[in-house]
Design a protein around this ligand. Structure first.
Ligand SMILES: Nc1ncnc2c1ncn2[C@@H]1O[C@H](COP(=O)(O)OP(=O)(O)OP(=O)(O)O)[C@@H](O)[C@H]1O
Ligand SMILES: [Mg+2]
Length: 197
């Protein structure tokens, strides 16, 4: 099972890294347009996003659009001591940034900038692969799975939306019991909503 997950990861990472700069730009614009039209993002007060890495769809355009609509935005930050967990920190155009150990820019850690999961109405998640059941394959660290493991305890659960290129779609992904499923997936050409079991 784990080796097939590794093979899927290799396949999707190569596919998205092989997209041209033009295709990446178009994907970012199409995804920003789709996401910004969703009622959940229109009504949101705070949305968690990510800064793209390794060929992921860029959300920079969307983040600027949300900020211009007065929707607060957050970004994930590697937890400084709670192993392989993420914190979500407030992100504005003036937020001081630094690179984390994976070379990804993140807000500098300041306690007053930390936002609770429950403060977000939507969490936009990067992914390596997805399927139309909402299964998500990440980079393999388990960061999002750990951070979101207790989401059901919240009285208001943020909507989890995976963001991806169309070439990151699998017919059916192998799933592990700790994988946190997505509520929706947005690609440049599709908005997939997962109905609750
Ligand atoms: N809730 C959890 N508690 C403890 N360990 C976990 C939890 N979720 C995942 N893990 C561990 O994290 C490792 C990686 O998980 P997985 O392969 O699902 O990562 P991923 O979903 O690809 O990564 P990410 O969540 O960072 O995008 C697994 O070995 C798993 O044991
Ligand atoms: Mg997982």
């Amino acid at each position: 099972m784990s080796s097939s997950r590794a093979q899927w990861r290799k396949h999707f990472r190569e596919a998205r890294n092989n997209l041209s700069a033009k295709a990446q730009q178009q994907a970012a614009a199409d995804v920003a347009h789709r996401l910004s039209s969703l009622p959940e993002l229109r009504d949101a007060r705070r949305v968690a996003a990510y800064l793209d890495n390794d060929g992921e769809v860029s959300l920079r355009e969307l983040i600027l659009l949300l900020q211009s609509r007065d929707v607060a935005t957050s970004l994930p930050v590697l937890h400084p001591f709670s192993g392989k967990h993420l914190l979500f920190l407030d992100y504005t155009p003036h937020t001081p940034m630094k690179k984390n150990r994976f070379g990804i820019a993140e807000p500098e850690l300041r306690c007053q900038s930390v936002r609770l999961l429950a403060e977000h109405q939507v969490i936009l998640m990067p992914l390596v692969g997805f399927d139309n059941k909402g299964n998500r394959l990440g980079m393999g660290g388990g960061f999002y799975d750990r951070t979101l493991a207790n989401l059901d305890r919240l009285s208001r659960r943020p909507l989890l939306i995976g963001v991806a290129h169309d070439c990151q779609q699998a017919d059916a992904l192998p799933v592990m019991q700790w994988d946190i499923p997505l509520n929706a997936i947005v690609t440049p050409t599709q908005t997939i909503r997962i109905s609750q079991p």
